[in-house]
Write a protein that binds this ligand. Structure first.
Ligand code: PLP
Length: 400
């Protein structure tokens, strides 16, 4: 299997005399040389503002931005390039959707979410619900950390105007059956959003097969820089929706009292976009394209399963969530120890994990725990990383 690690300069950084084992990929991934070079090259060779001036650099910057849009379109299997809207990240993409749907909901309507959501797929909907008098319902999570599908069908009704859920849970790694859920929700007349922030590196994405109205994700969780994200929106729906931010780039005609707007995606991209971020996202997609992704994902799943097996042999470990379909994340607690203490002791041995509620407080409330330790893997993590994690965990348990 190809060693991806050498593509990522930061992975050879030392901490206390040994390489860092980076298992905080659900928070953000590291960046390959190809992305770092693309960003540097953009500023060295092509920087200008886009869609405006009639000069060479502006043409090049515009071409690079639009190339990134096309690469994103093909990466997620969207039918049309106009369906790709650049945002700052998944959070901004979901906020965008909740703002442009403002006029579509009325008092008494229901917004259906799930207990597995990240705060960014809860709080913006709460704000929308408050503005329009809609109510929020959440599909229950089972003790195994899976969505309770019977509860979904029980809560879905003609009152459900929105259904929004994540593709993969950042807190537990649960892969949700989004194709089935989206199809059912759309049949019930709901607008559907899938939060793909944790899915882009580990799941095959095909918007046309998935059939959702909106799909959101962040570049930084797939080897691209921070500050760039994507909102995919179904073209026919986008055409009927109003803009959210006003300003330059998104207009056709402006008088002192009124304006007309561009079509999607520009209608939703007011102001100078994050051009260099989009270039970095394009470079990350090109980098991913030349990797044997299916083999790498299979390898990652094998390492994950072996690591879980080894953890089950350790004393005092309680896995949080044992979903049948899991991707890249292991959440756990060490009985009798605070999750922060476990994280601190792992860090002292050069193993980077995350601890806490993982921006999923309602999930923690449902599972009746304050937080977990989360080890989250990416395609560059090796069995040697997993072995160092297990060895460090063993020492941590003995120490505690
Ligand atoms: C499932 C999920 N949704 C949304 C987000 C928000 O992403 P961002 O902070 O990049 O906007 C995250 C980030 O961890 C996430 O894991």
């Amino acid at each position: 299997m190809r060693d991806m690690r050498s593509d990522f300069p930061i992975l050879s950084r030392q901490q206390n005399g040994q390489e860092i084992v980076y298992l905080d990929n659900a928070a953000t991934t590291q960046k390959p040389e190809a992305v770092i070079d693309a960003i540097s090259n953009y500023y060295r060779m092509h920087n200008a503002n886009v869609h405006r001036a009639a000069h060479r650099l502006a043409e090049e910057a515009t071409a690079l931005l639009e190339e990134a849009r096309q690469l994103t379109q093909s990466f997620i299997g969207a039918e049309r390039v106009e369906e790709i809207i650049f945002t700052r990240g998944a959070t901004e993409a979901i906020n965008l959707v909740t703002q442009i749907l403002d006029g579509r909901l009325n008092a008494g309507d229901q917004i259906l979410l799930t207990e597995l959501e990240h705060h960014s797929n809860i709080v913006p909907w709460q704000m929308l619900a408050k503005r329009c008098g809609a109510s929020i319902e959440a599909v229950k999570v089972t003790p195994d950390g899976e969505l309770d599908i019977a509860d979904f069908y029980q809560k879905l009704s003609s009152k459900t105007k929105i259904f929004s859920c994540n593709h993969v849970s950042n807190a537990l790694g649960t892969v949700n059956p989004v194709t089935e859920l989206v199809q059912a929700a759309r049949s019930a007349g709901a607008i559907t959003l899938v939060d793909g922030a944790q899915a882009t590196l580990h799941q095959h994405l095909d918007m046309q097969a998935l059939g959702c109205d909106f799909y959101t994700f962040s570049g930084h969780k797939m080897y691209a820089p921070t500050g760039i994200g994507v909102l995919y929106g179904r073209a026919e729906l986008l055409e009927t929706l109003p803009p959210w931010h006003g300003g330059g780039e998104m207009i056709e005609q402006v008088t002192m009292t009124t304006s007309t707007y561009q079509k999607a995606p520009y209608k939703f991209e007011a102001g100078t976009p994050n051009i260099c971020g989009a270039v970095g996202l394009g470079a990350a997609i090109k980098y991913l394209r030349q990797l044997p992704i299916n083999d790498l994902v299979a390898d990652e799943n094998r390492i994950l399963a072996e690591t879980i097996g080894e953890m089950q042999d350790l004393p005092n470990i309680q896995l949080i969530g044992t979903p049948k379909n899991r991707s890249a994340v292991i959440s756990f607690v060490v009985n009798g120890a605070h999750h922060h203490d476990v994280g601190t002791l792992l860090n002292e041995q050069g193993v980077a994990v995350r601890t806490g509620h993982h921006c999923a407080m309602p999930l923690m409330q449902a599972l009746q725990i304050p937080g977990t330790v989360r080890a989250s893997f990416s395609l560059y993590n090796t069995k040697a990383d997993a072995d160092r994690f297990i060895a460090a965990l063993q020492k941590t348990i003995t120490f505690l």
